[in-house]
Every structure is written in C-alpha cells, then in structure tokens.
Design a protein around this ligand. Structure first.
Ligand SMILES: NC(=O)c1ccc[n+]([C@@H]2O[C@H](COP(=O)([O-])OP(=O)(O)OC[C@H]3O[C@@H](n4cnc5c(N)ncnc54)[C@H](OP(=O)(O)O)[C@@H]3O)[C@@H](O)[C@H]2O)c1
Length: 300
C-alpha cells in the first residue's frame, strides 16, 4: 500500500509539490495559537502547498504569523472573486478592478510581493454565492486582468475555481495551472472538468475533498463503505477517502482542511498510500451525483 516517492509528488504550474497540501479555510474557526501550531506542523511534515483566501477571515494573518519569511519551496495559493461582507458573510467581487484589489489585499496580508498562484473564483455555478447584475462579468476580461498581474510579477500562475469544462477550455490560452471545483468520492459532479485537466496537464485540486465541515453535504468519513474498507486496510476513513482521490487521477493535488494535529498527520501520510483494487472498485461505485445545488452554508 505504501507508494514510492514519485507517486507522492505532482505538478502545480512549473513546480512539483507534495500531492497532499493544506487548505487554510478551517483555521478561521481555530484558536490562533493552535492554528499557528497546525501550520508549523504541516510544513514540518513536508506540506509545500497551502490554499488560502483573503476572505477566509484570519487565515492569511495566521499564515504570515506562522510561516513568514516564506521558504522558496512553499507555494501559497490564494483566490479572488469574492470578499467578506458585514451581513452576508461573502459577496461576489468579480469585476477586473475588484480582482486586482483582492490580489493587492492578499499581497498585503501575507506580506509578500508575489503569490505563487491566484485562482479566479467564478460565481456562475452553485454551491455558494452566484453573481447577479453588474457582477456578471465575462471570463476574458477577468483573465486579461490576471494576465496583467502575472506580467507585473505579482502572481506566478493563474488558476480557476467553480468552472465548467467549457469555461476551462475558453481560459486555457491564458495558461491555466490548476482548477478547484467541489469534488470527492461521494460527490463527483465535475468528472468532465477533471478529465480536461488531466488531458491538458492542469492540476486538479478538488475542494471539500472530505465533504467539508458543512452539514448539508455528505461526509466522506461517515460513509459506511468508506469506514468498512478503511478498517480492513488499517487506515482511517479520511485517509481512505483522500487516497481514492489521489488514485483516481494523477492530476489530483489535495488540500484537506483541518484544525487538528492528529488529522493533519493522517492527511499528509496519504501522499504515500494507495488503495487496493477491492476498495477502489467499491469506492468507484459510491458517487451520489452532484450536490452542486446544495446550500453549503451551515457548519456541521
Ligand atoms: N475554491 C473554492 O471555492 C473553495 C471552496 C471551499 C474550500 N476551498 C479550499 O478547500 C479546502 C478544503 O475544504 P474544507 O476544509 O472546507 O473541507 P474538507 O477538507 O473536505 O473537510 C474539512 C472537514 O474535515 C475534517 N477533517 C479533516 N481531516 C480529517 C481527518 N483526518 N479525519 C477526520 N476528519 C477530518 C475537518 O475537521 P477537523 O478540523 O476536526 O479535522 C473539517 O470538519 C479549504 O480549506 C479551502 O482551502 C476552496
């Protein structure tokens, strides 16, 4: 079950990273001292790909506190296309000038002059916020702004989030390095986008790889088939669900989120775990169809 070194690494733009990174969204709900410990430990364990956003509350401040000055090997990936709001939690910020302002805000709070990758979080598809009115902005004008920011050296690579296969194809000439859509062993509504990524050498970085911390989405670690095979293999249910993702496509890089040091160690170890055929076949049959329309706003 333990896989050799080469399996554990994947391409994010022009760099190789450990295939298990870290998603910082959960940290906004953590005690700051605990969050800093989790970030330190992640890097100690070999994590060199951290996903964040200015709109994840204190996440950028915590990353700066824990890890600045940043190692050259560390890829901090952020996203633009939304901003926090006093009453709505999140609202869209899709206009090119707003994308630029969000990049500048990330540079400021992370205290850096360069962001490894910036994902454009589109707002056409559920779950989450949907653009309306003058927030409905064409993709090409957004990409033009991100290309300008890349030319200025402020960002290294451009990624996409919440996109269809058609949108990915439209954006490819801009030089897309990764795509973040919701996807896990139970919720596979974007198999076509994954296939396009794999074919084009674009990293597939599914968000909610364990089903999220929200109560309306199915939890991978609660699924009886996942639990049974994990027990048979002597690994945790989270490891089983994440290992299925890594085995399902070599384009996949993971960014599970956790505030828990034991869970963090479990998750990082998945970079060297491969499921056997019996579990793979059983998990392949599990997809419950897309829950892309689900309202994922209630914490579990
Ligand atoms: N592009 C986008 O639009 C977008 C949207 C949402 C999220 N994201 C990114 O994707 C990342 C991952 O998503 P997520 O954090 O929301 O959801 P997730 O990784 O699917 O699941 C997180 C939940 O799983 C639990 N968990 C983590 N490791 C575990 C383990 N080994 N055993 C048992 N439970 C475990 C966590 O609780 P504990 O804290 O107790 O471990 C938390 O409740 C985010 O952090 C964020 O960076 C991107």
């Amino acid at each position: 079950m333990t896989k050799p070194h080469a399996y554990a690494y994947g391409k994010l733009g022009d760099r190789h990273v450990l295939r298990v990174g870290f998603g910082a969204m959960q940290l906004e709900h953590a005690d700051p001292a605990d969050a800093v410990k989790v970030l330190h430990r992640a890097v100690e364990l070999g994590v060199d790909h951290i996903d964040t956003a200015q709109f994840y509350g204190t996440a950028n401040d915590l990353i700066r506190t824990a890890l600045h000055p940043y190692a050259d090997s560390l890829r901090i990936v952020t996203k633009v296309g939304a901003v926090t709001h006093p009453t709505e939690r999140l609202v869209t910020a899709q206009k090119p000038a707003q994308l630029r302002a969000s990049v500048e805000a990330n540079l400021r709070t992370l205290d850096t002059e360069h962001l490894a990758v910036v994902n454009l979080r589109r707002a056409d598809l559920p779950p989450g916020i949907i653009a309306t009115g003058d927030q409905v902005v064409d993709l090409d004008s957004q990409l033009a702004e991100l290309i300008a920011l890349r030319d200025e050296g402020k960002i290294g690579g451009i990624g996409l989030s919440h996109v269809s296969r058609t949108q990915l194809r439209q954006a490819l000439p801009a030089g897309i390095v990764c795509v973040q859509n919701m996807y896990n062993v139970l919720t596979r509504g974007h198999e076509d986008v994954l296939a396009e990524c794999a074919e084009r050498g674009v990293a597939w970085v599914p968000y909610f790889p364990l089903g999220s911390a929200f109560d309306r989405l199915p939890s991978v670690t609660d699924h009886p088939v996942v639990i049974a095979h994990a027990a048979r293999l002597g690994i945790s249910p989270a490891q089983a669900g994440l290992a299925w993702l890594l085995g399902h496509s070599p384009a996949t890089l993971l960014i599970p989120g956790t505030r828990n040091l034991a869970h963090l160690a479990d998750n990082v170890a998945v970079a060297r775990i491969e499921l056997d055929q019996e579990a793979t076949t059983a998990f392949d049959a599990l997809a419950q169809d897309t829950l892309a329309g689900a309202d994922a706003n209630r914490p579990r």
